[in-house]
Ligand binder design. Structure first.
Ligand SMILES: [Zn+2]
Length: 438
């Protein structure tokens, strides 16, 4: 704890611009103290307009040391040179995941996980999710709550950072917050209901919000996550309306307390009123945002609030969920296009865990390209905007000397064929080869 306080003290001295870099950094396993190299048939560094052919990335410890033209031969100084076919590019970033969730298209699937699986069992499954993330080429994730598994995400992140299990770099949100009676599990015998676990921490009142933020931070979260709306319905005029959960005063208190303690706030906000309250309260990111009014998009642009749209999972689960969900697909696609035009900062987030970890979260890139982004723009929402959202833009997101050696290899040219991101052949995270297709 003392170490944590010391780190925060340094952040404070750096002034207002540095506060975004608040996430708690656990003790990391020592990086490999050796120099290795990755030869790339082609490379996209995440900055240039196009690809470079025949280059070698020299890695020392967990960082990129230099990028040189041509091949190098193994030597006493660099004994290991991995030869890869295809395109080397920066490791991907998913800014909205749930490692502790294993698909919840139906309410029954959700309740079964919360009521029939112990947190220990769910954490073991999360270890698998984390390994799969690396196989899919995602070397960094922002995991936005455990859905009833307490602070198991804090523990998993610690285990990854200490080299106990493989997994991506993580920022985590712990339990998330919602008001009483708004979040599953719900609908059981009222005599049982108070004793049943919930997918969130139930929080009420201005002081209750501040207290919950303090408590969650003490347990090791990076992000505070709040649910700001529920009960979505499509109005005849095409606007997706909702019932706000927290009052504006409650939300403002949560955001103020989190920011005061140098932590950021992600708001699950699907529709008109929830989004409006969240941006008014000054949250840092809007999650899902299936409907956002033009006025709120403008506010998001002005305040620099990130938008993490999740159209792919929306379409994937719409049939199974029924009700308003199938109609919401077109609404969220249209909101995404308006946000692009408005110049809002869009971060790549998929809500994986809401859909099975057996499906690559790179699927959504394809949807974004279908809706009007170039492949390059779509990838930048992940590697640039995602890194910036997490305050890690100086560490990850491009292949440049000094940055973490988070390198993936895909079989084609991702700037021409976005689906090549669904076929990752090789993943290096921090100088360690974490996955190689057999
Ligand atoms: Zn989610």
């Amino acid at each position: 704890m003392m170490k944590q306080r010391a780190v925060l003290g340094v952040v404070l001295m750096l002034g207002a611009a540095a506060w975004a870099q608040a996430p708690r950094r656990d003790k990391q396993a020592a990086p490999p103290d050796k120099t290795i190299a990755v030869h790339c048939e082609q490379m996209w560094d995440g900055v240039s307009e196009g690809l470079r052919k025949d280059v070698t990335i020299v890695v020392h410890g967990d960082r990129i040391k230099e990028i040189v033209a041509g091949t190098i031969h193994p030597s006493a100084e660099i004994p290991q040179v991995a030869d890869t076919m295809g395109t080397c590019m920066p490791g991907l970033i998913d800014a909205h995941t749930h490692v502790l969730l294993q698909e919840d298209v139906t309410a029954q699937q959700y309740d079964d996980q919360i009521l029939k699986e112990s947190v220990a069992f769910r954490t073991l499954r999360a270890v698998r999710s984390a390994r799969l993330a690396l196989q899919y080429g995602f070397t960094t994730i922002r995991d936005l709550e455990t859905e009833g598994a307490g602070y198991a995400d804090v523990d998993l992140k610690k285990a990854i950072n200490q080299g106990i299990v493989p997994g991506p770099r993580m920022e985590v949100a712990g339990r998330a917050m919602d008001v009483t009676g708004a979040y599953p599990v719900l609908g059981y015998d009222w005599q049982l209901q108070p004793k049943l676990p919930h997918g969130v921490q139930e929080v009420g009142g201005v002081e209750g919000g501040r207290k919950a933020v303090r408590e969650q931070i003490s347990y090791g979260i990076d992000w505070v996550k709040v649910y700001v709306d529920r009960s979505y319905y499509l109005r005849p005029d095409g606007v997706l309306d909702d019932i706000p959960t927290f009052t504006l005063d409650e939300l403002k208190a949560i955001v103020d307390e989190a920011h005061r303690e140098r932590h950021k706030v992600a708001a699950h906000a699907m529709a008109l009123q929830g989004v409006h309250n969240a941006v008014t309260a000054g949250v840092d990111s809007i999650e899902h945002g299936d409907y956002i009014s033009d006025a709120d998009l403008q506010t998001m642009k002005e305040k620099g609030i990130y938008y993490t749209p999740t159209m792919w999972v929306g379409a994937y689960m719409s049939e199974g969920r029924g009700g308003e969900w199938p109609k919401m697909v077109a609404v969220s696609n249209e909101t995404f296009q308006r946000a692009m035009k408005a110049g809002v900062k869009i971060a790549y987030g998929t809500d994986i865990g809401g859909f099975s970890w057996d499906i690559t979260p790179a699927k959504q890139f394809e949807t974004m390209v279908k809706l009007g982004m170039t492949p390059r723009e779509a990838i930048l929402t992940s590697i640039h905007t995602g890194a910036e959202l997490m305050g890690m833009q100086n560490e990850i997101g491009t292949l440049e000397p000094g940055k973490y050696a988070d390198i993936i290899v895909v079989p084609g040219n991702p700037l021409e064929d976005i689906t090549t991101l669904q076929k990752v052949d090789f993943t290096m995270k921090g100088g360690v080869v974490e996955y190689q297709k057999q």
